[in-house]
Design a protein around this ligand. Structure first.
Ligand SMILES: C[S@@+](CC[C@H](N)C(=O)[O-])C[C@H]1O[C@@H](n2cnc3c(N)ncnc32)[C@H](O)[C@@H]1O
Length: 450
């Protein structure tokens, strides 16, 4: 069937964001398609049970299809839902949660709310990392093409703040004028690798320029020129990354300009942002997410809470304003240092940061007979370890808030939790990443069986 051109009608969107249709009773997945589309599709791969095809012609558009606002949409790997109107994106995100939880966990009896929309569906990212490369003699920047390391040169990315585009454009111009050698992934030679930008709600910016060289004088000159050109830049670092890995920032991050941190205000509390620490990418949605998690627990004054996978302790700190005590567990040392500083800034006396893996530290905490009433889990994509699920259910920890950016690992964990006595009460999907297929959910479990 490979290389065949076929006509199909797209029936639905599946988890992962691709459209699904049928040809001769066989499933065909089509990226960037919308249910209702009638398409000519070129089959690019064919397996026993399914094929994958790319659109060669839209015969009839779904009523929910729109013209993507970004000119690079067809090439760039950053967004894959921009061809769908926003209400449809939200509806499918809810639908995908329902489908994944139903099919992988066989859980159907819980409240599933409508996806909470993002106020801004463009320019919403507070952090962007762009690769810098070279095409012939031109310096280029942007996200990668899907499933490649080929940069899509884009000076006008519409999911990042307009000022980020301006800063990156200026960096490329200055790098060209000053003959800075651009890093080449294949030979691992050259200097300028990546640019990372972070911005807070009041428009203050942190700039990090990543270089592949220990001697960074030229890069520093470039960085200083950029800092002097944009008054919004309040903090600047040079990150030295000599590795061949995909990890963007190096271990050595040298502060060269302005403040060491920028700060964000969430629900009246102040959180610092440093180059290496995790911070939710859509600030307004993060604020809503934290409020929802908070609203899930009653009678907080009398409760001891664990914020597991805590990052810089934002959720824990918000809970600590009311709860009896909060333990915040996080693997990354820098993030823990930031969390400790957040505790000081916000004058919290009832919160403790524990540096280490949740897999060890949570078990240790529980083994030491510390009373815990609520655990908030916000793990990375792979979800929870089975030992954690065993331990908390053996101890019958009464309430769990589980925040997840991956419905399929969430569903696997939800199934185990429910087998061990928990009930999934509700799921609130929230759109942290408009125009992409990414889904974030906030769920609540209660221990109900003896
Ligand atoms: C999705 S982020 C959540 C951060 C935080 N809740 C927030 O909203 O800012 C996941 C965090 O888990 C941390 N992490 C990853 N694996 C971990 C582990 N095994 N134990 C503890 N923390 C871990 C990461 O460093 C990251 O900060």
């Amino acid at each position: 069937m490979k290389n065949n051109e076929i006509n199909i009608k797209v029936e639905k969107i599946i988890f992962g964001g691709e459209g699904l249709g049928y040809f001769d009773d066989k499933v065909v997945f089509v990226p960037e398609s919308v249910p209702g589309d009638e398409l000519k599709v070129n089959i690019i791969s064919s397996k026993k049970n399914y094929s994958r095809g790319i659109i060669t012609e839209i015969i009839k558009s779904s009523k929910n299809r729109v013209i993507p606002k970004c000119h690079y949409f067809n090439e760039c790997g950053a967004c894959d839902f921009m061809m769908m109107n926003y209400n449809t994106q939200l509806a499918y995100k809810k639908e995908m949660v329902k489908e994944v939880v139903g099919s992988l966990a066989s859980i159907f009896d819980y409240e599933l709310y409508d996806t909470i929309a993002s106020e801004n569906i463009y320019h919403y990212r507070n952090k962007v990392i762009q690769a810098i490369g070279k095409e012939n003699s031109k310096i280029i920047s942007g996200f990668y093409k899907k499933r490649t390391h080929d940069i899509v040169d884009n000076d006008n990315c519409i999911i990042q703040p307009v000022i980020f585009n301006k800063i990156i454009k200026k960096i490329k111009e200055n790098a060209y004028e000053n003959s800075i050698i651009i890093y080449d992934e294949k030979s691992r030679k050259g200097s300028l690798r990546n640019v990372m930008l972070r911005i807070n709600k009041i428009g203050e910016i942190m700039l990090v320029i990543v270089t592949n060289e220990k001697k960074y004088k030229k890069i520093q000159q470039l960085a200083m020129e950029i800092c002097n050109s944009f008054k919004e830049i309040k903090s600047c670092y040079i990150s030295i990354n000599l590795t061949g890995s995909n990890v963007v920032l190096g271990k050595e991050n040298i502060h060269i300009y302005g403040e060491k941190n920028i700060y964000e205000n969430i629900n009246g509390m102040t959180f610092l942002i440093s180059p290496l620490s995790f911070f939710q990418v859509n600030t307004h949605q993060a604020e809503k997410m934290y409020n929802i998690a908070y609203s899930y627990i009653n009678d907080l004054e009398n409760k001891i809470v664990v914020d597991a996978y805590a990052g810089t302790g934002t959720i824990g700190a918000i809970f600590a304003r009311k709860s009896k005590y909060v333990y915040s567990i996080e693997l990354v040392k820098d993030a823990c240092n930031d969390a400790n500083r957040n505790i000081k800034i916000n004058k919290l006396s009832n919160m403790k940061v524990i540096n280490g893996s949740v897999d060890d530290k949570l078990i240790e905490l529980l083994n030491n007979k510390n009373k815990v009433d609520v655990i908030i889990f916000d793990p990375p994509r792979k979800g929870l370890e089975i030992e954690i699920i065993d331990k908390i259910s053996n101890l019958k920890i009464p309430e769990l808030v589980y925040i997840s950016c991956n419905p399929s690992s969430f569903a696997r964990d939800a199934k185990l939790l429910c087998e061990k006595g928990y009930k999934l009460m509700k799921i609130q999907p929230i759109d942290m990443f408009p125009n992409t297929n990414h889904i974030e959910i906030i769920s609540k479990f209660e221990f109900i069986y003896n």
